[in-house]
Design a protein around this ligand. Structure first.
Ligand SMILES: C[S@@+](CC[C@H](N)C(=O)[O-])C[C@H]1O[C@@H](n2cnc3c(N)ncnc32)[C@H](O)[C@@H]1O
Length: 300
């Protein structure tokens, strides 16, 4: 509890104004880079293979197709991983520029040696990985691999052209979208997909503050708090995450005209938690969900 509260207090302090938020980002980029290097790429490879498997199984990826990644982050990991195996045109969008060239090159250098990488060392995929791990700049990378990087400060995709993508995906991003923006964003996902196009998202529904004390905190600790308590003591701007639950997401995608093709939920026990009245209308299975993966289709 102490580490959880302390982390919330520090993140709230960093959220005070534009200067503190910029300081947080500068520090986050610097130390985050080191932390990610230490953590290795196993989890990234596992998630990217899962994404690739979903894309292939649902026909979401084809030669010449146009794919959008929302919240591409510091190393464009998922877009680049898909580009290694498929001749697609990628657009990668984020709300701010947090790219880290050295980290990206190092991670793809590690991918070359990774036992689960799954490519022929002399084939085209290996050549692409080699080129990613040796580029001199992001601009060179985008040229070589036909990629587009877009900063959309609105965070709602409002400037992207209608029916311009075959597939839209994100990994661990939608929980960071302001709750009040999610409707507009999902409406825009629907607008920018071509009819029959595919949507794939993995959403972390767990309490991200619990990452600071995994040994003691439940992955769903935030269920203890009312909106008022949450906003006053725990919610912050620099590591914002909404508290939408699995059923909220499924309802929102359906409400915007998507057909739900598949969903998978990772979960934890919530038996020891005293749950706030705010969550009275949710089932136990819903509240226990920690990670939601969904595949939807825009009805043709
Ligand atoms: C936890 S990081 C995940 C990055 C990347 N998907 C990965 O897994 O390596 C979340 C990313 O989503 C971005 N993000 C947050 N809200 C967004 C929004 N409304 N639109 C686009 N990107 C957003 C953040 O800037 C950050 O780069």
């Amino acid at each position: 509890m102490v580490r959880y509260v302390l982390a919330a207090a520090v993140l709230k302090a960093f959220s005070i104004n534009g200067h503190t938020r910029r300081l947080y980002r500068a520090l986050g980029n610097r130390f985050g880079q080191r932390r990610r290097r230490r953590a290795g790429i196993d989890c990234y490879v596992e998630r990217a293979r899962f994404l690739d498997e979903l894309c292939v199984r649902h026909g979401a990826i084809r030669d010449g197709g146009r794919v959008l990644e929302i919240g591409t982050g510091w190393v464009h990991w998922y877009s680049l991983y898909l580009r290694v195996f498929h001749r697609v045109t990628m657009t990668m969008v984020d709300v701010w520029d947090n790219r880290q060239l050295a980290a990206m090159k190092a991670m793809f250098a590690d991918l070359k040696e990774h036992p689960a990488a799954g490519f022929d060392q002399d084939g085209e995929a290996a050549a692409i990985v080699e080129s990613i791990s040796s580029v001199g700049s992001f601009e060179e990378l985008y040229d070589v691999l036909d990629l587009d990087y877009v900063i959309d400060g609105s965070g709602t995709l409002r400037d992207l052209a209608s029916e311009s993508f075959d597939t839209v995906f994100s990994f661990h991003v939608l929980e960071h979208v302001r709750e009040q923006d999610t409707d507009e964003m999902i409406a825009n996902m629907h607008r920018i997909l071509r009819p029959g196009g595919c949507l794939i998202h993995q959403i972390g529904i767990d309490d991200h503050l619990s990452h600071y004390d995994r040994a003691r905190e439940s992955p769903k600790s935030y269920l203890r708090y009312s909106d008022g308590v949450w906003r006053t003591f725990f919610q912050n701007d620099v590591q914002y995450f909404n508290r939408l639950q699995m059923s909220d997401w499924l309802r929102a995608f359906r409400a915007h005209g998507f057909e739900l093709v598949e969903h998978r939920a990772g979960s934890c026990s919530i038996d020891s938690l005293r749950i706030a009245r705010k969550y009275d209308g949710y089932s136990k299975e819903d509240l226990a969900c920690t990670t939601l993966t969904i595949v939807c289709r825009k009805v043709a």
